[in-house]
Design a protein around this ligand. Structure first.
Ligand SMILES: Cc1ncc(COP(=O)(O)O)c(C=O)c1O
Length: 400
């Protein structure tokens, strides 16, 4: 339809939201559906955070705020970055947005010009390439293969950099694979970036707190202080604090970029929800005790899913370091046919047949830029996971 913008014709709707919607529709129609598509914890927001929001409402903190965040939240973010990441920022270097998604989007809108390239390790969070396209840039995916534990190598990064490269987007622990870079692995990448002063780093640390087996989280500006002046350290409260619906994310970086992001936000959405901002102050300043108990549950679920999926012939399921996803390969199943006669030509056909024949909703790998795989979110109950994995086992065993 010519009425719609040409920019929009380059992007696609979020496939993860599409899978979640399809699963909800089947459920509403009476089907027994287990959704493993959603990227959000099944835990409730901790009570202390809810109480802070209720207190903010009663105190009348329900008006416009500065466009990119209240001073109290910016101070809490600076304290968090110092305490947990050893990074020193002032409030002028902080931007708070409506979810991590908006801060990343603002940064790309504020910096990209036509022809600018953005290096994105693939598989990637579905929104990165489309946000780059919306902002007029060109995504440059680099394959992070199963053989390399879903991580890119310094050599791959080196050869992906061109004179047009503007950003390198880094996400660890990552979606969709859960892969996390060790300090040494990250240092290998930052050493390459030090040789290319025109390349900036957008580090999406959204899954920082969701890491298992002693994995030590690290972020680029911490590992290589020489990158501080060209790094945007992005994070949010959505995943670790079970606050996906509250919509608070933030970024820390050089003042001119933060000011440009403020301009984008002030002419689009203005401030993120005032009440959510007060809830986020409590999330960052209050007790962090529940993080360890939530992680123990996530780790147990990860181990359950990995062990059940690894039993399937034709499926390879590496053990991820963090987040709440696994990203098994189905290379050994391609070319087979399902009981109802669907040819499994690719991972999209696999996910569609799996949903239709067993009621298990997963997201197909092509959506994330690396096939043939599928993403399982294990942010649901042990019972659901056992039932879903056993249905996946039966479905795969029935392929001929
Ligand atoms: C890697 C990554 N970054 C950012 C986000 C966005 O988080 P938010 O819900 O705070 O917008 C997500 C959500 O799925 C994510 O997976």
């Amino acid at each position: 339809m010519t009425f719609l913008s040409q920019t929009l014709s380059r992007v696609k709707p979020s496939p993860t939201i599409a899978v979640t919607t399809m699963a909800a529709e089947l459920k509403a129609a009476g089907r027994d559906v287990i959704g493993l598509g959603a990227g959000e914890p099944d835990f409730d927001t901790p009570d202390n955070i809810k109480e802070a929001a209720i207190a903010a409402i009663h105190a009348g903190k329900t008006k416009y705020t500065p466009p990119d965040g209240i001073p109290e939240l910016k101070a809490a973010i600076c304290a968090k970055l110092e305490r947990e990441n050893g990074l020193t920022y002032t409030p002028k270097q902080i931007s708070v947005g409506t979810g991590g998604k908006q801060t990343l989007y603002n940064a790309l809108m504020a910096t990209l010009n036509p022809g600018d390239e953005v290096i994105i390790p693939a598989p990637y969070w579905v929104s990165y390439p489309d946000m780059v396209l919306l902002a007029g840039g060109t995504p440059a995916p680099v394959a992070a293969t199963l053989e390399n534990a879903f991580k890119i190598t310094p050599e791959q990064l080196e050869s992906a950099i061109t004179p047009k490269t503007k950003w390198f987007i880094f996400n660890s622990p990552s979606t969709p694979t859960g892969a996390g870079y060790s300090r040494d692995e990250l240092k290998g990448l930052t050493d390459v970036l030090m040789k290319h002063p025109h390349v900036w780093v957008m580090s999406d640390d959204m899954y920082e707190h969701l890491a298992y087996d002693g994995f030590e989280f690290c972020t680029p500006a911490q590992v290589e202080p020489g990158l501080y002046d060209r790094t945007l350290t992005c994070n949010g409260v959505s995943k670790a604090y079970a606050m996906t619906g509250w919509r608070i994310g933030y970024a820390a970086g050089p003042e001119p970029v933060i000011a440009a992001m403020r301009k984008v936000q002030s002419q689009s959405t203005s401030n993120p929800c005032s009440v959510s901002q007060w809830a986020a102050v409590e999330a960052l300043n209050g007790t962090q005790e529940f993080l360890a108990s939530n992680n123990a549950i996530f780790k147990r679920r990860r181990d359950l899913v990995v062990s059940m999926l690894s039993e399937i012939e034709g499926v390879t399921c590496p053990v991820p370091e963090g987040a709440f996803y696994v990203y098994p390969s189905i290379a050994g199943l391609i070319g087979k046919t399902s009981k109802s006669g669907v040819k499994i030509d690719n991972d999209e056909a696999f996910a569609k047949a799996l949903l239709e024949e067993t009621g298990v909703a997963v997201v197909f790998g092509a959506a994330f830029g690396l096939s043939p795989n599928f993403r399982v979110s294990y942010a649901t109950s042990d019972e659901n996971l056992k039932q879903a994995c056993s249905r996946i086992q039966d479905f795969c065993a029935g392929l001929g």
